[in-house]
Each structure stands twice: as structure tokens, then as C-alpha cells.
Design a protein around this ligand. Sequence first.
Ligand code: FES
Length: 229
Amino acid sequence: MSAEPIRAGSEYDPTSWPAAVQNPGFVGDTGEFAGLTEADVRGTAFIGERPADGGHASVAGTLPYHTANKDPQAPIFHGPYEDRLEKILSRYPDRQAALLPALHLAHEIRGYLSPETQDEVAEKLQLPPAYVRGVATFYTMYNLAPVGKYLIQVCTNISCNLCGGDAVLEAFLKHTGTELGETSANGLWTVIEVECLGACGFPTAVQINEFYYENVRPESVPDVLARLT
Ligand code: FES
């Protein structure tokens, strides 16, 4: 194949294109947005914990802003979380339809869905345990085993892959001292690779717990980890 551009000097000639400029993304450490804090990017009103009862029923099924501290033994449908489940149930025609947000709620509190947790959800929603198992194990976004305090999900799908996603994944593994999918000895880190995170314009995209980091490069990784600890 010829290396000659289709029409020299035309819009199809890559040598005539302006230098690429990276979009800053949420990681906020590139270009004119260098040095932005998370509060600068998100606004101070956006940071913090939602009430455990989830606030208004319309948002009760969604995740809180930051839930790094999980307790695998925590009661999942008591106190404010009972209120939260009632709000979730009020939005659906029957209990079966509320299964996904109910599993999300249990996942949010405990960090993963053990078989026992799945059974508790089944009992609470009066659904067959096997049905709940089938749903919980179908979706890859539910953790079925414990993960670290910070679950680092590195996108290695096509856009991120073309822009160095594999190198970013390697950097996270190296700097956390973990193997893929394994949790570090200090319980802080679990690094996995994931399919497209829906941020293809900001490769490499990384999701850490509920936060997105975009335009992550291998050399950014120590800074990203330092922000978390
Ligand atoms: S390919 Fe990485 S976010 Fe879409």
C-alpha cells in the first residue's frame, strides 16, 4: 500500500492536520486544565455521600457518589436501607422488576454478591433463589467475590486499545503490585480489564469505584493512585 496521501495538502493528507490536542477528561491533569482538583472538576456540591436512604425515590436505585468503604457483613435491608428498598420498589410494577436495583443496593453496601447475599435478596423480594442467581451471575458489573477497596477497571477495548490501553493496564498492575484480577495484600487494589466504558473519546478510560478517569497514560498512573490514598 502506498504511503502517499490521497491528495497532498488536502483534508485527507495527515501531514496537513493540526497537532492532536488531548481532551482533559475527568482526570484533569492535561492541557490547559492541568492541576485541577476533583472539586474544581465536579463542583463542591457534587462531592460527598448521598443519604443511605437514597434521597428521593427517583434516584434511590442509583449508586451514591463514593462508596469505597464496604462491609461484607453489613445488614443490607435495615434502617435507612430498608427505606431505600421501599423507594426502589415503589417505582416498579412488581418485585421481580426491582431485582437489578435491589442487587445494586446489596452490592453497594457489601462490595460483592456472595451466594448468601443473593439468597437474602431472593428472600426479601420473594423470588426463587435460582432466578436471582441467574441474574446476578449474568451481569459482569456485579462482583461475585471480594475485591479491593479500590476496584480499578481499565478499558482495553478498541479505542482505548489503539491509544495504549494495554500499557495503562500494565502500569496499574506494576504500581499496585498485583496480578490481573487479584487483590493486593493490603486489600487496597484490584485491577481488571473491562469492555468499553462508553468514554471512547477520552482514551484510555479507567473507572475506579464510581469515578471515571480519562486520558490516562502509563505515566499518569502513580498520580492517579496517589489521589486515592
Ligand atoms: S473503547 Fe475505551 S471507553 Fe470505549
